[in-house]
Design a protein. Structure first.
Length: 802
């Protein structure tokens, strides 16, 4: 019996193993079948079918390297760049040293203008294999993108010598030869490469461009026709041929290309619309209209042509005809009716009939909540009404559906700016300039956002790219000067200012810039010379006047400053700035009564100006009258209708008087009017940490408020967030931030106090004593001085006990 059971058991095990092997063989067989089909479809350029089969491979084996790379390459062909990036990253997660995936991913980064990310991947590949031609080619591409064509040529030449049969390498080598002035050599390389790759779209396309640049029209035409022969279904190549004929004056041949497509019945509607647009681009509106009406008569059910005609009527200011057409289509089938409603809504919005447009959009979105056209228009309308909260979800839905919708990205970026979400606005504008690298307004706005958020290096980088796009644009150079001045970079500020003076010697702004650069170098005599030049070009201008006064004070030429301001007052009637600056001179000389009279005169002329109120506050403080200083600021806040500068000063004084709630109220009012005001946020966070740390709700509020501060390149804000971490007991995080702040401001007693206390908490007592001692060495009062002194006494006990 036992032997029978053993025999049965052995038979069962053998059967189980056999079934398992069959099952495994079946799974592997199906996977291989799908892989073969995918590769076959890819070779036949049937990318939809290839995508489906690669997906089937990955359903069976999600970690199939062949499947992931094939899927990624297919998505590239379908212009799904994001999807391709995701698949290449998945390969690298599974095989961190997969060179092919890294090179392919790097190429996509280059397409997105992320040269540094591409360079990092190239370096990773070359670290393992210094002679990897793909890695060298990728590195050359990244270096070229960074504006170093000579270095890029050396690198890609090395790659070409290693692997002359790699098409990507050859193409980049040719491009770099041309970029380095060796055009004929680059052209010869492409022409010889056609023997190896006679059907290469890339080679024929590049040759067409080269021949066109040399005005070799017959050769260019041959290449454009070759592209159509290689890919007869590619309508884009036919459009290029039409454009070529149009530019060379062969208008009938241009029309014939589209007529041939129409006659073939394939892509007929698109070809009719292209022919219509061709006539419209020539200014022949009558013929453009005739093309559409003729084919609509032949096919009355072609609503694509009908909508094109209605749109043509809108563009040619025949809106009544367009409106009639849209209203006629409201009762057609659902797809046509929805399109008619949205187009009609666009027209009504253009005409200012907002209520009716909103009703149409509401009707469309009720039944079709994801309709992109309706969401786009509604988002735009919300934006124009400054309703960012409602604009954002509509426009976000549009961008999610089409991440390359440039207009929607710009609108969404503007909505985020309105809503105070600077980081999200930056993301949108980065997406815009990645898609359209030469979009100057978008890049300027991106640079401005970086500057406003104190990300100076990134702002400079963007403005420099703007200068490459528009080298003669004075506004771009003005922005660069402003950023360099704000960053205390006098050398670059002066260099760009001199360029601006050469471009426009009569602009009073440019000698002002040169004077400000000289001020940064403490060359006040030279600065005054420049400020005088600016004032000669624009007498009575505020900024050069103010700057000149600052330099005269720095030189201790107070009497000279007074005499000069007297002459300004006498020559320019009701000059409020001059009286204000006279007051500042008196203040510097401690002539408080005369100072106050001058500030009062400035306010008589310009009652709402914040600066004289601030100076009256300084005068009161200099005389030891803090109560008067607070009263002056309170009056100034009211007179200036809530000047943020005065509110911030008032909050600081309230805090010094332990009027914490009043200080909080002022910061909140600043943030209500300007939710992104970093100084108000910073000061409020520090106030809450120092005065409300025993209230968990207020500490959590400080934590929420502090998030945007870390996005800025400001050491003082880093100190604030570091002190918040300290208060929460997160000493490692605190230490990293406060150390950075201390490097930037080594003599700041409060930062030294914060750093010393952090070292004390982590038991690094020697360093704690060093920084706490530094904090109390001077006489400058700061929050925490008593705590620093008490902790130093404790440290003496701890260190002496060792």
């Amino acid at each position: 019996m036992a032997s029978l059971l053993m025999k049965f058991k052995n038979t069962f095990v053998m059967l189980l193993v056999a079934l398992t092997l069959v099952a495994c063989d079946g799974v592997e067989g199906r996977k291989q079948k799908y892989l073969d089909q995918a590769q076959q479809s890819f070779a036949e350029k049937d990318y939809d079918k290839a995508r489906v089969n690669y997906k089937n491979v990955l359903k069976i084996d999600p970690k199939s390297i062949e499947g992931l790379i094939g899927y990624a390459e297919t998505l590239e062909k379908m212009a799904d760049w994001r999807g391709a990036v995701g698949k290449y990253r998945a390969v690298i997660e599974i095989e961190p040293d997969n060179a092919k995936a890294k090179v392919k991913l790097g190429q996509l980064y280059l397409l997105a203008n992320e040269a540094q990310m591409a360079l990092d991947l190239a370096d990773e590949v070359l670290l393992l294999d210094p002679k990897h031609s793909g890695g060298l080619t990728l590195k050359a591409g990244a270096v070229a993108k960074s504006g170093q064509p000579a270095e890029a040529l050396l690198i890609v030449e090395q790659a070409y010598k290693l692997n002359p049969k790699e098409l990507d390498t050859l193409v980049l080598y040719s491009t770099m030869l041309v970029a380095n002035g060796r055009e004929q050599q680059g052209l010869d390389l492409l022409e010889s490469a056609l023997k190896e790759w006679p059907d290469s779209v890339t080679l024929h396309s590049m040759l067409a461009n080269y021949y066109l640049s040399r005005n070799q029209l017959l050769l260019a035409e041959e290449e454009l026709k070759a592209l159509i022969t290689i890919e007869p279904q590619n309508v884009g190549f036919k459009h290029r041929l039409v454009e070529f004929y149009e530019k060379t004056g062969r208008t009938q041949e241009a029309e014939d290309v589209y007529q041939q497509i129409i006659s073939s019945e394939e892509d007929k509607t698109d070809a009719i619309i292209a022919l219509h647009n061709l006539h419209a681009s020539r200014g022949d509106l009558e013929q453009a209209e005739a093309v559409l009406t003729r084919y609509i008569e032949q096919d009355p059910d072609d609503f694509d042509l009908k909508f094109q005609l209605a749109g043509f009527y809108v563009r040619t200011e025949r809106e009544t005809q367009a409106e009639e057409m849209y209203r006629d289509y409201l009762n057609e089938n659902d797809a046509v009716s929805v399109k008619a409603q949205t187009r009609l809504a666009y027209l009504l919005e253009k005409q200012g009939k907002l209520n009716e447009a909103e009703e149409l959009l509401a009707a469309v979105l009720k039944d079709h909540p994801g309709n992109i056209d309706a969401l786009s228009l509604r988002g735009k309308m919300h934006l124009e009404q400054e309703d960012a909260l409602n604009a954002i979800p509509d426009l976000r839905a549009v961008v999610n559906a089409n991440p390359e919708n440039i207009q929607a990205l710009k609108w969404l970026g503007l909505a985020y700016i309105m809503n105070g979400d600077a980081e999200l606005a930056i993301q949108m504008l980065k997406a815009v300039v990645n898609l359209q690298p030469r979009d100057l307004p978008a890049r300027m706005q991106l640079a401005s956002l970086y500057h406003d958020n104190e990300q100076t290096a990134k702002a400079i980088e963007q403005y420099q790219l703007c200068e490459k796009i528009a080298p003669d644009d004075q506004v771009v150079k003005q922005k660069l000067v402003s950023v360099y001045l704000a960053a205390d970079n006098s050398h670059n500020a002066r260099a760009y200012s001199e360029k601006l003076v050469a471009m426009d010697p009569n602009n009073p702004l440019y000698p002002l810039y040169l004077g400000l650069a000289s001020q940064l170098d403490a060359d006040h005599q030279m600065a005054i010379t420049y400020f005088d030049q600016s004032l000669q070009l624009k007498p009575g201008a505020l900024e050069p006047m103010s700057a000149k006064v600052r330099s005269l004070i720095a030189l201790n030429q107070l009497d000279e400053a007074s005499r000069w301001l007297d002459s300004v007052v006498n020559s320019v009637e009701n000059n409020s700035p001059a009286y204000n600056f006279k007051g500042e001179i008196h203040l510097a000389k401690k002539e408080y009564q005369s100072a106050n009279q001058a500030f009062a005169k400035a306010l008589d002329i310009y009652p709402g100006w914040w600066l004289p109120y601030r100076n009256l506050m300084l005068s009161a403080l200099a005389q030891g009258d803090k109560t008067k200083a607070i009263q002056v600021l309170e009056q100034g806040v009211e007179a200036s209708k809530g000047s943020a500068r005065l509110r911030l000063e008032l909050a600081r004084l309230y805090e010094s008087e332990s009027r914490v709630d009043d200080a909080i109220e002022q910061y909140e009012k600043v943030m209500r009017d300007d939710s992104g005001n970093a100084l108000a946020i910073n000061n409020l966070v520090m106030l809450l940490v120092n005065n409300r740390s025993d209230d968990q709700a207020q500490l959590e509020r400080a934590d929420r408020l502090s998030k945007p501060l870390l996005e800025k390149d400001n050491p003082l804000y880093q100190d604030t967030v570091g002190w918040l971490y300290y208060t929460k007991g997160e000493y490692d995080k605190a230490l990293a931030l406060i150390k950075r702040a201390q490097v930037a401001y080594p003599a700041n007693p409060e930062i030294n106090y914060h750093l010393g206390m952090t070292y004390y908490r982590i038991s690094e007592f020697e360093k704690a004593r060093q920084y706490l001692t530094a904090s109390v060495q001077g006489t400058t009062p700061f929050r925490g001085r008593e705590s620093a002194e008490d902790t130093l006494l404790k440290l003496e006990d701890k260190l002496s006990a060792r």
